[in-house]
Design a protein around this ligand. Structure first.
Ligand SMILES: C=CC1=C(C)c2cc3[nH]c(cc4nc(cc5[nH]c(cc1n2)c(C)c5CCC(=O)O)C(CCC(=O)O)=C4C)c(C)c3C=C
Ligand SMILES: [Fe+2]
Ligand SMILES: [Fe+2]
Length: 348
């Protein structure tokens, strides 16, 4: 039976972005983000020294310059598209729902969004981490934070977490629709699906029965590797390729944004794009399906930096497919996640 006692709270949570593209705010953001033990999963003292003595001082000024390129009149796209989507979802769900947006790092905080939902007397909260594929560093961290906050409460409402949504048909349809706009307009030799990488050890640590060895085990997606981020990314690409009518030889899956010297999941996108022109693949369409909104990782890294490498290596056209942002099918996808989650909530 459906819960009729009160409204349903919906909490959308994305990663977070600096308050401004100035070095001070970027440093503050990087410190909070990278001190998360699920992001840099090494002992506290080593993490503290790495983040505070090396990454924050040296990376912050460089990252700030890149954030300045990304920044628009309305601010960081990750933030303003988040707000737009929150409003659109609220509109479509109606007044029996209260939708809030939070960021895992910086603002608006998860705590303030949860407090706002509770003040509106919601009887259940559906938490949607805005990451299509589960990773401990992203979805895991959001779930961890929500539990850390709510465990202090006297009353804990019914909480429902969306773990991942890569197989949601509307999610696939939304990205495929954006991609088709480009495929219909121009001829491409190849498609690259580039996902944010993670350190290999984070996959191994989470692997049940040591199933995931980061090889062919990730080529199929099933119960045993359902939480393997690499397998989820390959599966997302298969679903997208299917929808776009691509066969396996027409696309490559790769991982970007490696930080530090430890091995991250492979293949690396920059290695792949250096090889493609030599194989005669000179016109490439690139998707970033780990991100639901334009951000530094899509617009700048895939859209600008990879393009520069690709053209230097003899490529002729490198086109990024923009992210889902405020696309109506994406809003519909979020609505479907809420509806499904509500159907699963059983109460007396
Ligand atoms: C799929 C989502 C993401 C995963 C997985 C992820 C893992 C991860 N990231 C870092 C380090 C950095 N990431 C940075 C930016 C950034 N990362 C994601 C998403 C995932 N990260 C997004 C959406 C963004 C962009 C935010 C924006 O404001 O636009 C950065 C900061 C930028 C920079 O200085 O390059 C760092 C650093 C690690 C170590 C990691 C490990 C699991
Ligand atoms: Fe990241
Ligand atoms: Fe795997």
């Amino acid at each position: 039976m459906k819960n009729k006692a009160g409204k349903t709270g919906v909490l959308l949570v994305n990663l977070g972005t600096p308050d401004s593209p100035g070095t001070k705010d970027v440093r503050k953001y990087l410190r909070e983000f990278l001190m998360d033990k699920r992001v840099i999963d090494i002992p506290f003292i080593s993490r503290w020294m790495l983040v505070n003595l090396i990454i924050a001082p040296f990376r912050a000024p460089k990252s700030a310059k890149v954030y300045q390129q990304l920044w628009e009149e309305r601010g960081s796209p990750l933030m303003f598209y988040g707000e737009d989507v929150k409003n659109l979802l609220q509109e479509t769900l109606g007044d029996q729902h209260v939708v809030e947006l939070a960021m895992r790092y910086q603002s608006p905080s998860i705590e303030s969004a949860l407090t706002s939902l509770m003040s509106q007397q919601v009887s259940e909260i559906i938490i949607i981490p805005l990451f299509p594929q589960y990773a401990s560093a992203t979805t895991g961290s959001v779930i961890d934070k929500v539990m850390e906050i709510t465990r202090e409460w006297q009353i804990i409402p019914s909480l429902k977490f969306i773990n991942n949504f890569l197989t949601n048909e509307l999610f696939i349809e939304a990205f495929a629709t954006l991609g088709k706009n480009y495929l219909d307009q121009s001829e491409y030799d190849h498609v690259v699906f580039s996902y944010h990488g993670i350190p290999e050890r984070q996959i191994k640590k989470g692997s049940v029965d040591n199933y995931c060895r980061l090889g062919a085990c990730c080529d199929t997606y099933h119960k045993k590797n359902q939480f393997c981020y690499r397998a989820q990314c390959f599966h997302t690409s298969r679903l997208l390729a299917q929808k776009l009518g691509l066969v396996q030889s027409q696309y490559t899956v790769a991982f970007q944004s490696r930080l530090g010297k430890d091995p991250w999941i492979q293949p690396y996108t920059d290695d792949i794009i250096r090889k493609l022109p030599k194989e005669g693949k000179k016109r490439v369409l690139a998707f970033s399906p780990a991100f639901i909104a334009d951000c530094l990782e899509t617009t700048i890294e895939v859209g600008d930096e990879f393009k520069e490498i690709f053209l230097e290596e003899g490529g002729e056209q490198w086109q990024l497919v923009e992210s889902l942002n405020d696309h109506p099918i994406w809003v519909e996808c979020l609505r479907s996640l809420v509806v499904q989650a509500k159907e699963e909530v059983v109460s007396s």
